[in-house]
Design a protein around this ligand. Structure first.
Ligand SMILES: [Ca+2]
Ligand SMILES: [Ca+2]
Length: 230
């Protein structure tokens, strides 16, 4: 009789553990949910976009194209929350930081960009550029603005150039030493071709560093909130 009882107990334990296993498998399956997102970007003059450290797209018009102003739409899949990293470049002819060198239009160009990220299925805006973005300037020239009209800018204009920090686009990278973005009105950036083709979220802002002219290449980071901004 004792032996029979312990056999029944063993059978119950086996049944119970089977049930537990089934439950945990189901939970694992429902936890991983990826969605498709649409990034819309307008940049003066060029950008590339990384999501969680992976390059998902870049401006299709090369930075060397004169007046390369255009809006871009890039699609990617990700799971919220995710980390957005972008390289933005204001056009410069060389490391003097100037453009139209040797012509009567020789000048420091200026930069600026705006971006928004929308859940493609629901239409929910999950991120947009504003002063919460963190930036790191890696190409700054000319350091002395008085060299703008120099006859020999390549030798007379000084620059400050750094390389991209290792692993700067991955979620775990610490950007606490980077600088907060500044928001600019459309008139300050001189928005043009392509900008009006996008219906920008009411709180999306044009951003750059503190100097639109001499800060030419900037790295940006922003991590989405687990729940979208209100
Ligand atoms: Ca510039
Ligand atoms: Ca420019």
């Amino acid at each position: 009789m004792k032996k029979k009882l312990s056999l029944i107990a063993l059978a119950l334990i086996v049944l119970a553990s089977c049930g537990t296993q089934k439950t945990s498998t189901t939970a694992t399956t429902t936890a991983a949910t990826t969605s498709t997102f649409t990034a819309e970007v307008w940049a003066d003059n060029w950008f590339s976009l990384y999501i969680n450290g992976v390059l998902v797209g870049e401006d299709s018009v090369p930075v060397t194209t004169e007046k390369s102003f255009n809006a871009e739409t890039i699609s990617f899949t990700a799971e919220l929350p995710f980390t957005i990293a972008m390289v933005t470049k204001d056009f410069k002819q060389d490391d003097s930081g100037l453009e139209y060198i040797g012509t009567d239009r020789q000048q420091m160009g200026d930069g600026g960009f705006i971006a928004q990220f929308t859940n493609t299925q629901t239409g929910e805006v999950v991120a947009y550029t504003n002063s919460d973005w963190q930036g790191l300037v890696i190409h700054r020239a000319p350091l002395d603005k008085s060299c703008e009209k120099s006859a020999a800018p390549e030798t007379e204009c000084q620059s400050s150039i750094a390389s991209e920090p290792e692993g700067w686009s991955v979620p775990s990278f610490s950007d606490t030493s980077w600088t907060q973005a500044l928001e600019y009105p459309a008139v300050a950036i001189g928005v043009k071709d392509g900008y009006n083709d996008i219906s920008w979220a009411k709180d999306a802002r044009l951003i750059w560093s503190s100097d639109l002219e001499i800060d030419n290449t900037i790295l940006w980071r922003y991590s989405t909130l687990s729940s979208p901004p209100g």
